[in-house]
Design a protein around this ligand. Sequence first.
Ligand code: ZN
Length: 327
Amino acid sequence: MRKDDSAPPPESGSSVSPDRPWFTRRSTLVVGVAALAPAALAGWVLTQVLAGSGSDGQQSRQLPASHASLSPGQRDAKPGSPPSGSPTAGASTPAAAPVPAKGPLAGKTVVVDPGHNTGNFKHTDEIDQQVDIGTNRKECDTTGTTTNSGYMEAEFTMDVSKRLRAALEAQGAKVVLTHETGDRAWGPCITERARIGNVANADAVVSVHADGVSAGNRGFHVILPAKVKAGAADTAKIVEPSRELGERIAGNFARTTGSAPANYLGGGTGLVVRDDLGGLNLSTRPKVFIECGNMRDAKDAAQLTSPEWRQKAAQGIADGIVGFLGG
Ligand code: ZN
């Protein structure tokens, strides 16, 4: 993020000593549990996450058919179904219906929103147009940030979003991206980004970003919608499910990437609530933003520019969505 969407959130981490390790601060159990993952408890942690141990520590959900618990045969085979390559028996045999998606996210729709657009830099007049986000008016879109070496946030968000799409589709989800590489010169506007999730009747929406703040600020955070009601904005119904979605993503992101929650906001929880983002205010579906790291910090940038790390990031987000929707 950059410009208006990187304004300090209401929940500040200024009271937290930057010298203390993040895991000693107040944090959700999900994040705390994730900190143990590199140790011998990794298998247990995975089980707990997949089984749906929420931030309140209650075993409230059981994932019905996770990829971790089913063999390929269990996942794909269906008793009585013919081999996929078998010929049809003739005119009396009805045409085979499309094979329904398998996996814990079968029947679910996830909208993935790659933040910004690599073309926004060349279309500042267009993206500076003011749009109505209910609570106020804001720019249609922003350029996003870059690393010090010039790797664009918009490149990062598109790459992670495509990896996330692949991971979600592998779990049976229908995935819609709000835009694709090269399909448009700029944007979409934040109003359109929200509308795509609403129109798709998405079960979950994730907007992928990376932050652009001063060096030394490190780590990820997930942005949750505040309760707002003004104009077209009314988030009352999505505040609670969005928080659960965000907690799931934060815990799994920490586990897969090894990254810590941001050390500069959110009080070490990796969670921040904001009321100034059109993409959240205008959403009628459970939705969060994730700021995967700080592009302006050399150590974070080394991760953000690594394809291997981006795959871990996408997997963590996907696992969080599976945990949210699979229960
Ligand atoms: Zn951004």
